[in-house]
Design a protein around this ligand. Structure first.
Ligand code: SF4
Ligand code: SF4
Length: 386
């Protein structure tokens, strides 16, 4: 089955356009439709607490089939396959992909840095689309943790990095060998996100980039930096050679090197984007909460970090907090809540474990020690220092 791209000429007067997915792809689809002079009818999203977006109602996915004269635009990457399966299970077939919309001539100045990055690198959506009906086992993204060191001490760090008493850099071979075992178990990884701590504090970052640049199953490499350290020129050369994209977090006065790093990126031809963070969501302390089963399931279901699997010390965890929370001794993950790639083993077995970790669970022990990262968590100032 082919999922056709929605074209401007597909629009007819009175047609009710449902944007399925109220996250970042939904926002982009909404804005691109506007440049075509078309107003969407509503959003649909599995987050039941979200009632309104851009002045439009947000309905539950189960209500989509009740809308007359509708077309459904698939506006997600992480959930694209689930969305298609869900719509088909409901007998709904009038859905379209948004590849053509993503080509709309749009003023990017009013878009967030994330939105701009998506408009520039449309491969993520195409990657998800190509995999809806394929038998390939592909993963959208993983965070690769290379160091526990950071030169900031953000109280509300999503990775709990300031709570390491004795941080260490992870040895290069202890990163690369398990990563190789992981890649052997899958067909493709769209985005490898290199982070820490602060990755530019990692002494072997150059060698790491050269090694990652050779991984044929990895389609895109992104480094996440807190913009406090200007790497040596040789690192910019390696970023360029290995087609690395630099994501610079800008925490105002704490991120003192934004301008200098930007200039270096321009000089060396490294793709970059700067994301200003004023606000985070309060994921809270690592104390055990008194959640009942339904509550914890809901927290996990709508948590944005639940789609950021974290590869730390050779194991893949559901999110950074699950990885680091265990490492700092706050809680323990149970069997099946991570996949261990430290030893070379049967890849079919590992693939099964990965599928179970990423697609078959509806709660994780770590979520009992967390508020979740969603629009329902309390907003707090970003990067408050300890
Ligand atoms: S800069 Fe990033 S890694 Fe470092 S403490 Fe702050 S949020 Fe955590
Ligand atoms: S709610 Fe669960 S998945 Fe989300 S950040 Fe917390 S521990 Fe991770």
């Amino acid at each position: 089955m082919d999922i056709r791209a929605y074209q401007k000429s597909d629009y007819t007067q009175g047609q009710n356009i449902v944007i399925y997915g109220a996250g970042i792809y939904g926002e982009i689809a909404f804005q691109c439709l506007r440049t075509w002079g078309i107003r969407a009818y509503c959003f649909a999203d599995r987050n039941e607490n979200l009632k309104e977006k851009y002045g439009l109602p947000v309905i539950k996915p189960t209500e989509i089939k009740k809308i007359d004269n509708s077309v459904i635009l698939l506006a997600s990457v992480n959930y694209l396959k689930d969305m298609v399966e869900f719509l088909l299970s409901q007998g709904v077939t009038n859905f379209y992909n948004i590849t053509e919309l993503l080509e709309a001539e749009i003023e990017t100045e009013n878009m967030s840095e994330y939105q701009q990055d998506i408009m520039k690198n449309k491969g993520g959506y195409q990657f998800a689309l190509d995999n809806v009906f394929s038998n390939k086992f592909t993963i959208r993204n993983i965070d690769l943790v290379i160091t526990e060191y950071c030169n900031l001490r953000c109280r509300d760090c999503g990775s709990l990095i300031p709570y390491y008493k004795k941080p260490t850099h992870i040895k290069l071979d202890e990163i690369l060998s398990p990563l190789d075992n992981f890649l052997n178990a899958i067909d493709e990884l769209y985005e490898l996100r290199i982070l820490g701590g602060e990755p530019f504090l990692y002494p072997s970052i150059g060698e790491l980039l050269d090694a990652c640049g050779k991984l044929s199953k990895v389609k895109r490499i992104v480094i996440y930096t807190n913009s406090t350290v200007i790497p040596e020129n040789m690192i910019f050369e390696r970023m360029k050679e290995n087609h690395v994209v630099l994501h610079m977090s800008d925490y105002g006065t704490y991120s003192g090197k934004v301008k200098e790093i930007q200039e270096k990126c321009l000089e060396y031809g490294v793709d970059f984007y700067v994301h200003e963070y004023n606000e985070w969501r309060d994921m809270g302390t690592t104390e055990l909460r008194n959640y009942d089963l339904d509550t914890v399931k809901k927290i996990y279901q709508i948590c944005d970090n639940a789609k950021c699997p974290s590869f730390y010390r050779g194991k893949l965890y559901i999110c950074p907090r699950a990885a680091h929370g265990e490492s700092i001794g706050a809680f323990k993950n149970s069997q099946g809540e991570y996949v261990d790639f430290n030893k070379k083993t049967d890849t079919a077995e590992k693939r099964k474990e990965l599928m179970a970790l990423l697609y078959e669970r509806d709660i994780f022990s770590a979520c009992y020690y967390c508020n979740g990262n969603s629009i329902h968590a309390k907003p707090i100032a970003a990067a408050v220092q300890l």
